[in-house]
Design a protein. Structure first.
Length: 396
């Protein structure tokens, strides 16, 4: 996806919000229809039947009829694809969309003349029933655009994203392999000894965020003051998110350009960041500590970094079983839980090798990735390769 900052006028923004409301309404109706389905009952209506029902609803509802049929039908098409992904066990089940959180809609069948450039940094896009909306031309728009999505984030910013398959970064041909260990204190440690930290809010920004959160707790619900505080909090968090995304893009591009093969831990980030609250009957343990850990993992961009690496260096990513990578000596292969003296220090009690603990883990990952590449005779085109960390190979 190539995303650009949209610059609508106040009137255009109101029209875009109407489109978002129509798409959210149609999506939630589809979710409700499928929520009533139970095994043994007649199957829930599919895309064709839902489109027929939408035509009837537009005839009865003036609010729906005033909107774009393209936006509303595409919301149903997106829901059908989401259900297909759910049954294919690649995504979660589609859930309700909430106002202020899921404000977006998609337009398909885009014509070549629907996107045009006005000046060096300004472009325009044609939106049904809205007209020409300007956006910042921060980089070239992909050729042959067939669809785009317009979204509004919680900070009130509008963006347009064009669906396009990104070109992979060519293999540098150096024959170099790198191991990447992801952590909390250090977002990414490389086997070369580099320690990369994901940017976060500055101390002054963190202090302001805490003040705003306390102010939000005191504000009355549905009040204008509460809405203003929530918007200020959203702007701060969007600033942090933008910095993290920028770091992920630059780091993944740098790694893809420097190394032929990139080894990473095979981590289930979604499972690791799942809440531990539990239920009333079986409440979770250390919920507050687990919530803080979850926030730290997400702030480090673990999942986003590997996802972008797979996009930019397809077939060159080796996923290594993470077991014992932080306890194994990268020099002699001895596994010792007490060798890690602290969060940052590793000292092998067998051979005396001392190193940063995260760098040591990254070198173990690099070693296992190198053996995996040797076994398959070089990088290949396609998805990531999964590999087990074998003690016999490491000591060889």
């Amino acid at each position: 996806m190539s995303r650009y900052r949209l610059q609508p006028t106040p009137a255009q923004e109101a029209a875009l919000l109407e489109h978002c409301g129509h798409a959210r309404f149609v999506w939630n109706l589809a979710v409700e229809q499928h929520a009533h389905w139970r095994p043994g009952l007649k199957s829930a209506p599919g895309f064709a039947e839902q489109c027929r029902q939408l035509t009837e609803a537009r005839a009865e509802s003036e609010w729906l009829r005033a909107g774009s049929i393209i936006v509303q039908q595409q919301a149903l098409k997106d829901f059908a694809q989401a259900m297909a992904n759910f049954f294919g066990k690649t995504h979660r089940k589609p859930t309700w969309r909430k106002r202020g959180q899921s404000e977006s809609f998609r337009i398909v069948a885009v014509k070549p003349g629907d996107v045009r450039r006005l000046s060096r940094h300004v472009g325009e896009i044609k939106v049904p029933k809205v007209g020409w909306v300007r956006f910042r031309w921060s980089r070239p728009v992909p050729d042959g655009v067939k669809s785009y999505r317009i979204a509004r984030d919680r900070a009130g910013r509008w963006h347009v994203a064009y669906a396009a398959v990104p070109e992979p970064i060519p293999v540098p041909g150096t024959g170099e392999t790198v191991g990447v260990d992801r952590g909390i204190a250090v977002a990414a440690a490389l086997s070369t000894g580099e320690l990369l930290a994901a940017p976060r809010l500055r101390e002054s920004e963190t202090a302001r965020l805490r003040r705003l959160q306390r102010k939000l707790a005191r504000a009355r619900r549905s009040s204008n003051r509460r809405a203003e505080v929530k918007a200020a909090i959203a702007r701060l968090k969007a600033r942090e998110s933008d910095r993290r995304k920028d770091w992920v893009e630059k780091t993944s591009t740098d790694l893809a350009r420097r190394f032929d093969v990139i080894g990473v831990e095979d981590l289930n980030v979604r499972g690791m960041t799942r809440s531990s609250k539990g239920t009333i009957e079986a409440p979770g343990r250390n919920v507050r500590q687990k919530a803080a850990l979850n926030r730290s993992i997400l702030a480090s961009g673990w999942g986003a970094l590997v996802e972008r690496l797979e996009h930019k260096a397809p077939g060159r990513i080796i996923k290594i079983n993470a077991a014992y990578t932080s306890q194994r000596c990268s020099a002699c292969g001895t596994v010792d839980a007490k060798a890690r003296e602290s969060q940052a220090a590793f000292r092998c009690r067998s051979c005396g090798y001392a190193c940063n603990a995260d760098v040591n883990a990254a070198r173990n990952i690099k070693l296992a990735a190198g053996h995996a590449v040797s076994a398959r005779e070089g990088p290949r085109d396609g998805g990531p390769v999964h590999c087990e960390l074998q003690p016999a190979l490491l000591s060889a």
